[in-house]
Design a protein around this ligand. Structure first.
Ligand SMILES: Nc1nc2c(c(=O)[nH]1)N[C@H]1C(S)=C(S)[C@@H](COP(=O)(O)O)O[C@H]1N2
Ligand SMILES: [Mo]
Length: 309
């Protein structure tokens, strides 16, 4: 996600990705200048138990946990890709509450344990495609978003689901340099939110989420660009109006509400036809709906995907 000001052009964008990742490995090997927290992604992580494998898993080479937890976008903890891994340790993830309300019959404030009991925890390996044309393959652990929504019973007037991230300036001292309006907000149409692929992740690689990946609970919608995957969710609100979304507020021409992965619709400043898998050398073609067309294309019948980007 880029708003082009000179201060936004970080070393991670200027340096070729492989060089960048090699530099990280070098630093890791020598222990130089990098905090131990950043070096050990699993240091604070707890193993998740009773996770069932899901049929929604793709059979592709999985990105390493090291890469998936050290090449992040989490602007509340810095705009550089390597910054969240260094700085998100100030995020307090327990106790944690998620307030679910709006147009529902049974509004409820959940703590994390309640949420994890709504449905069996599933592990699903998803293709993840960032709007900046890099991608990863990540095994997420979580519950279907639909299971939570069914429990609170959306009323017949509910048409959208709005999500809000935690915003705490004490825990997020770098947030003042984010260059985007905070708290981070996102939204889905209700039928998108009810789709079985939409996951509320509480873990990855069989462990609780690293803070930089959106602990303790974040959204994963693998057919959409990565920025729809809002992190560290504190509020979920059912509404009858299309909710505002952070990157659309920042730049409506470049980032739409839907943000479905679409190789045919270029970003105004770059092509979306191909992508680089982090950790791989060669680019691969980007697939319609990120390869999930069979499952999700019926959600968009009759919708002009060029206009509704
Ligand atoms: N609260 C919040 N959520 C966020 C972001 C952010 O800056 N703040 N960045 C988004 C973007 S642009 C991407 S690509 C994904 C990255 O998720 P990952 O770091 O787990 O790969 O998180 C999304 N969710
Ligand atoms: Mo992104």
């Amino acid at each position: 996600m880029l708003i082009r000001k000179p201060s936004d052009i970080r070393s991670s964008e200027i340096t070729p990705k492989d060089q960048y990742l090699n530099r990280r490995k070098f630093l890791a090997a020598t222990g130089a200048a990098v905090g131990s927290l950043a070096l050990a992604p699993g240091a604070d992580a707890a193993k998740l138990s009773n996770v069932v494998k899901s049929s929604y898993t793709v059979n592709e080479k999985v990105t390493t946990l090291e890469d998936a937890s050290h090449y992040n976008n989490y602007y509340e903890f810095g705009t550089g890709k390597e910054e969240p891994a260094h700085y998100a340790n100030t995020l307090i993830t327990s106790p944690w509450k998620v307030q679910v309300g709006g147009m529902v019959a049974k509004p409820k404030t959940y703590d994390l344990d309640d949420l994890m009991k709504i449905a069996p925890l599933e592990e699903r390996t998803y293709r993840m495609r960032c709007v900046e044309a890099w991608s990863m393959v990540i095994p997420w652990d979580g519950i279907p978003l639909a299971a939570l929504l069914k429990q609170v019973e959306p009323t017949s007037s509910a048409k959208y689901v709005a999500f809000t991230s935690l915003f705490n300036e004490k825990q997020m001292p770098r947030a003042k340099f984010a260059g985007i309006e905070l708290p981070y907000v996102e939204g889905l149409r209700l039928d998108e939110a009810m789709h079985p692929l939409a996951l509320l992740a509480v873990g990855m690689y069989g462990e609780t989420l690293p803070n930089q990946n959106g602990a303790p609970i974040r959204l994963v919608t693998p057919w959409k660009y990565g920025f729809k995957g809002i992190k560290s969710i504190v509020k979920i609100t059912l509404t009858d109006k299309m909710p505002p979304t952070t990157w659309n507020i920042a730049n409506a021409r470049e980032y739409g509400f839907y943000s479905n992965v679409n190789p045919m619709v270029d970003h105004p400043r770059w092509s979306q036809a191909s992508e680089r898998r982090i950790g791989e050398l060669f680019k691969v073609k980007t697939l319609m709906f990120n390869g999930y067309a069979e499952q999700v294309s019926s959600l968009y019948t009759g919708l002009d995907l060029k206009k509704n980007y």
